[in-house]
Ligand binder design. Sequence first.
Ligand SMILES: CCCCC/C=C\C/C=C\CCC/C=C/C(=O)SCCNC(=O)CCNC(=O)[C@H](O)C(C)(C)COP(=O)(O)OP(=O)(O)OC[C@H]1O[C@@H](n2cnc3c(N)ncnc32)[C@H](O)[C@@H]1OP(=O)(O)O
Length: 290
Amino acid sequence: MLRSKILNRIRLLKPVIDRRCMSSASKTPLTLLEVDDKSGIATLSLNRPPVNSLNIDLMNSIIESITEIEGNKSRGLILTSANDRVFCAGLDLNELHKPNQERLKEFWAVFQDVWLALHLCSVPTAAAINGHAPAGGCLLATACEYRVMLPQMTIGLNETQFGYMAPKWVMLSYLSVLPRRLAERALTQGKLFTTAEALDVGLVDEIAASKEEALAKCSTFIDSFSKANPLARSLTKKQIREPDVQKLIADRAGDLKECLEYINSPLLQDGLGAYFEALKQKSRSKAGKS
Ligand SMILES: CCCCC/C=C\C/C=C\CCC/C=C/C(=O)SCCNC(=O)CCNC(=O)[C@H](O)C(C)(C)COP(=O)(O)OP(=O)(O)OC[C@H]1O[C@@H](n2cnc3c(N)ncnc32)[C@H](O)[C@@H]1OP(=O)(O)O
């Protein structure tokens, strides 16, 4: 009786995300999922070259992997990158620049879903940040319960640098990790923290010298829950996170409307176009040098 009541409560807390991962045109899987048969800990690696930028297919693949991990009773989830320079470059700017409107609606709904799925994941979550994590990449990291980062990388919600304002629920994810005054300053500056700065302010919990060490530290974090009843732990996490989540769930349509208006504004499109062009230019000049 109690168990079904608890399970019902979890169902109530967790919005139903019945999204199947769309098969991508590419042959390589967009996410790699390995479950360590000794520890029972699942490692989910983002695998969309060149920078794990979040498009609809990759986000659906993440959601499907989280659903699988929760279903196969893994003891925890470590999110990392198959790329050794970039954890996740954030939202795919191709989805935001001169967007197809129908696709943009779907894109934004999946973006909301991937945050909800990770933020409310019923198993312990940790991010092994083995590369740069700007904007949406930082959001994936802050949706996890623990963060271990490699040196010489950057992380932060840098949206104001390219003319965006992060949505309320994205800000709340930051506020769940940073003290308010610091979060406000970092958000308004569009600050990208270095690894050392991120440790100093608590945006990340530990630094590791290698990806292997980062994975080991994430596993140690997950092991810290070994004495906690998994169901009670999951309910407690959802209860603590519910107020922030409800702010999005209560008004997903409003968030989408606000985003569509904002992303389609000429000011924003111009700023984004210039920003994206500069990125491409940088990449071309790098290629020219190599
Ligand atoms: C009022 C209501 C508010 C409503 C809000 C509405 C809208 C707000 C929208 C969103 C806010 C939500 C929060 C999330 C926002 C985002 O995530 S937007 C994306 C932000 N991302 C970035 O700023 C990162 C940009 N990239 C970089 O800084 C670097 O690429 C790097 C990640 C540090 C990696 O550097 P490096 O290894 O040197 O690689 P290159 O820069 O050479 O890039 C390689 C190729 O990858 C392409 N690329 C890089 N980032 C992206 C990206 N995000 N999307 C698409 N493509 C990307 C780059 O152009 C290179 O491509 P080519 O080689 O030129 O083909």
